[in-house]
Ligand binder design. Structure first.
Ligand SMILES: [Zn+2]
Length: 242
């Protein structure tokens, strides 16, 4: 007899397999990230269908076979109805899932990652969030995810000489540990310029205080700079982990 495992999980990705099967990437509260096979789930009559869709939080049951973990039950807990109504929010949910899937590898439970997904799906599902904040949610998720995974940057002092930063002439260089002053940037010869406004936004992001971040007025130009720094940060981490 197979042991049946039950847990809750966020469904982050689905890939069709064969004629009627589908493989789901699920981040579970008890087992971390799992790839789970749902047999015949694409058939109309499948009893698994109701609980298996991308960006669902579901209670699932699976068995460990020789090659695959196979789903035997899936009951919907939250389908994040409001998130699904907006293409803008869905786009953020896809980005969040993709970056999470690329960076989180281990099959082990992680309470911090679980809470981070929970929090961000709840924020995305909140009907009061204005479209101007959608991208901010992505950055909020990304920087906190990378920090949990061990890549929290130094944002208060120069990572190299430890001097307090001045309001101008600062650079971001993850290899050196985070921010660099102008002098140290001159020595290591690499780093992206970063404005004080953007540094302040990232500090608030890493305080993990969404209520404060939601109220913060962010200029478009600052959001653009933040996006540039975020993708630089992400690609540097991906390069290091490859
Ligand atoms: Zn320095």
């Amino acid at each position: 007899m197979f042991t049946h495992y039950r847990t809750q999980g966020f469904i982050l990705k689905k890939t069709d397999q064969g004629e009627t099967d589908r493989v789901f990437t699920v981040f579970t509260s008890d087992f971390g990230k799992l790839e789970l096979l749902a047999k015949a789930v694409r058939k109309i009559k499948s009893k698994l269908r109701a609980g298996l869709e991308i960006f669902y939080l579901s209670e699932i049951e699976f068995i460990q076979g020789k090659a695959y973990k196979t789903l035997t039950d899936a009951i919907l807990v939250d389908n994040f109805k409001n998130l699904r109504k907006s293409l803008g929010k869905l786009a953020v949910a896809y980005k969040i899932s993709e970056v999470f899937d690329n960076l989180v590898r281990g099959q082990e439970a992680d309470e911090k990652l679980w809470q981070l997904l929970n929090e961000n799906f709840k924020i995305l599902n909140n009907p009061r969030i204005p479209p101007a904040k959608y991208q901010v949610i992505y950055h909020y998720f990304l920087w906190n995810l990378l920090s949990i995974l061990g890549y929290k940057p130094e944002l208060y002092r120069c990572s190299s000489c430890q001097k307090k930063l001045t309001p101008e002439n600062n650079f971001f260089n993850l290899k050196e540990g985070g921010l660099l002053c102008g002098q140290c940037k001159g020595k290591v010869k690499s780093g992206r310029p970063i404005e004080l406004n953007v540094i302040k936004i990232i500090r608030i992001i890493l305080k993990r205080d969404w209520t404060m971040l939601e109220k913060l007025k962010i200029e478009n130009s600052d959001l653009k700079s933040l996006s540039t720094i975020s993708s630089h940060y992400l690609s540097e981490v991906l390069r290091q982990t490859q």
